[in-house]
Write a protein of this length. Structure first.
Ligand SMILES: Cc1cc2nc3c(=O)[nH]c(=O)nc-3n(C[C@H](O)[C@H](O)[C@H](O)COP(=O)(O)O)c2cc1C
Length: 329
């Protein structure tokens, strides 16, 4: 029988039971959403990108972003910085959260981040990627990995050099998002560089880019031979994608879609778990974008979206969700 495309992955000393990950998503992969994704089968979950500068300055907003959800058996903290000094100064604090791995962001296209030499600006300075990996690896055995793009723009596709330098410096795995910095999140992701890195690198290589359905994941695993995949936009409002993808990979059959009741119960449980660490007002604000995603395309959901703006307390949010469900069934 052919080997299943759903399979364990070793990243340095870390052994993951499967190869379906929740990508880092600024503004989305907060603790509550990562917990829900883990519950629905994500084998590894990534925090939003965390500023090394903010960490060593003890920024009160940033530090809690690194806390693990109880449902996350394994999670990655993703860091961003343009300077070796900030990486060095933040490391001890980052390790105190006991992440399963530390990932370095080399792909963020946001101008403010790039100006500081971080994110995809690092694609212009592969030697700095190597220095950052080195300094982040000092004094511990938590695996350090990098997440890169294919290059800065179509005229500088240097993913191979960036990945090789990162691995020489000690990176235990590489993820590549098949777009350049100039592409942002538009156009079509190119999976060819992923295939090339899979062949070239002695460490596991993971793929990102245009994974919106279980079948997209199957195709990426099959066509590129990559060790694992990361769902990003495809998981927003759809943490079920992990279980459904595993089902497809293991049985060859599409999983039946989740009922609206399950969707809304999951959204509600995500909201309730966020109340354990956020104020009611903040949690109610945070859940809005997720609820919009959970209910996207469902008849009547535009009214819910309008009403959500006024939901500021637990009882208001719960009522909105329950009424929406009752009216939709
Ligand atoms: C809203 C948003 C936030 C993101 N935040 C991060 C981030 O913090 N760190 C990171 O490495 N990539 C980030 N990404 C990139 C994703 O992890 C992923 O590589 C990219 O969306 C491509 O996958 P997709 O086409 O399947 O969405 C972000 C993408 C989006 C859309």
């Amino acid at each position: 029988m052919a080997e299943s495309l759903y399979r364990p992955v070793g990243i340095g000393k870390l052994l993951l039971p499967g190869n379906l990950f929740l990508a880092p998503l600024a503004g989305f992969t907060d603790r509550a959403f990562r917990g829900v994704a883990a519950e629905w089968g994500a084998d590894l979950t990534y925090t939003e990108m965390i500023s090394c500068e903010a960490v060593f300055r003890d920024n009160a907003k940033t530090l809690p972003m690194m806390e693990r959800d109880p449902r996350e058996e394994r999670y990655a903290i993703q860091l961003f910085t343009g300077t070796v000094e900030a990486a060095e100064k933040s490391l001890e604090r980052v390790l105190s959260f006991q992440p399963s791995l530390i990932d370095l962001n080399c792909g963020c296209p946001v101008p403010k981040i790039i100006k500081s030499g971080a994110g995809s600006a690092l694609m212009k300075t592969p030697d700095r990627i190597a220095s950052l990996v080195k300094v982040l690896s000092v004094g511990h055995d938590t695996p350090v990995t990098v997440k890169i793009r294919t290059g800065w723009d179509a005229w500088s596709l240097n993913y191979r050099e960036a990945a090789e330098k990162a691995v020489e410096a000690g990176a235990a795995a590489v993820t590549i998002h098949g777009r350049t910095r100039s592409q942002g999140y538009g156009g079509k992701a190119d999976w060819q560089p992923l295939r090339e890195l899979v062949e070239a690198l002695p460490v596991p290589v993971f793929g990102s880019g245009d994974l919106f359905t279980p079948d997209d994941a199957r195709r990426m695993l099959e066509e590129t031979g990559c060790a694992g995949i990361m769902f990003a936009r495809g998981a927003i409002g759809n943490p079920f994608i992990f279980r459904n993808t595993r089902h497809l990979l293991e049985t060859g059959e599409e999983a039946p879609p989740q009922s609206l009741t399950i969707k809304m119960e999951t959204a509600l449980s995500q909201y309730i778990s966020s109340l354990s660490y956020l104020s009611e007002q903040r949690a109610s604000k945070e859940i809005r974008k997720h609820l919009c995603a959970y209910t996207k395309g469902i008849p009547g959901s535009s009214a819910l979206r309008n009403d959500l703006v006024h939901g500021e307390t637990r009882s208001e949010i719960e009522k909105l969700i329950r009424d929406f469900l009752a009216n939709s069934l």
